[in-house]
Design a protein around this ligand. Sequence first.
Ligand code: ZN
Length: 143
Amino acid sequence: MNGSTAFCPQCKQDVVFAVNGNTKACPACGYQFSSGEPVPSSGLLQGRRGWLIFFLVMFAPAILAFGVLAAGANLDFGAGITFIGSGVSAIFCGIFCASRVASGLVWRFLLAVLLIAAFYGVCFALCFAGCTAASALRSTPLF
Ligand SMILES: [Zn+2]
């Protein structure tokens, strides 16, 4: 493993940073940082902040569905958020996890497909709970 290879947070590629005096620069996109700082071993979505984004994205459609329904939107709108929002969240969460857990493009892809299906179920259930809670709040039956 070449120690100078690092994940570029700007272009999201593994690159060998070019050392230029006091700065290191990404050869692919020109992203620069001071060589006094540690080489960013990972991008924005890595580490603790990455998992925070992960959970935010996972819960976002449920919170959104709850919010719009509690605010008085009709159930079709809530259902639309449930279906589309769950899909978007599941794709993000699935790829996010797969890129961390698996190495190699094929395994990442296969794992991502499985995880997207699993997260879709999770997000959908969360949205459903959000819709149910919102309709209970408005004292109107969901069905
Ligand atoms: Zn770059």
